[in-house]
Design a protein around this ligand. Structure first.
Ligand SMILES: [Zn+2]
Length: 159
């Protein structure tokens, strides 16, 4: 096995910050998740392997130079990430995936997003209604906090 040089490993660390959401493109392993599977980066080791918690439950690493993944990059990929977080939102004091503010109290008291299967804060719910009415410009899902700010992994928000 060829050990990658320090610069290559540093480049992997720059491209895949801990907690970012990635999509698997290719993994040369019989037990690999299917291409298109999303996951959360949990570590980069000294040989540049991107260790992920895949949404399927697998934790196989993406080997530098052999396997391929990319950070979520399309609205469809962002929606899948948001749907995933929606299944893991805390029932109390959850963080709004759109603006990042804490939604105090029971989650069910807040707004249901029109764009993904997830709860958003009341202000963001109002903003979505205005967007859908064509009164303000739509915020791309890729710009939502849950897609931009690194996560703690396993679908949980970093606090
Ligand atoms: Zn919000």
């Amino acid at each position: 096995m060829n050990f990658p040089d320090r610069a290559a490993v540093d480049e992997v660390r720059r491209r895949y910050p801990i907690g970012c959401r990635v999509v698997l493109d290719f993994m040369d392993d019989i037990g690999a998740p299917l291409p298109g599977t999303q996951g959360t980066v949990c570590a980069i080791d000294d040989i540049g392997t991107v260790h992920c918690t895949w949404d399927t439950g697998s934790s196989l690493g993406v080997a530098l130079g052999e396997d391929h993944c990319h950070q979520i990059a399309t609205e469809e990929e962002a929606k899948e990430t948001l749907d995933w977080y929606g299944k893991h939102q805390p029932d109390e004091d959850a963080r709004c995936p759109r603006c990042g503010n804490i939604m105090y109290g029971p989650r069910l008291r807040h707004a249901v997003s029109r764009y993904a299967d997830i709860t958003v804060c009341d202000s963001c719910g109002t903003a979505e209604a205005l967007e859908c009415a064509g009164l303000i410009e739509k915020t791309p899902l890729l710009n939502w906090c849950a897609c931009v700010i690194p996560q703690a992994g396993g679908g949980k928000w970093r606090r």
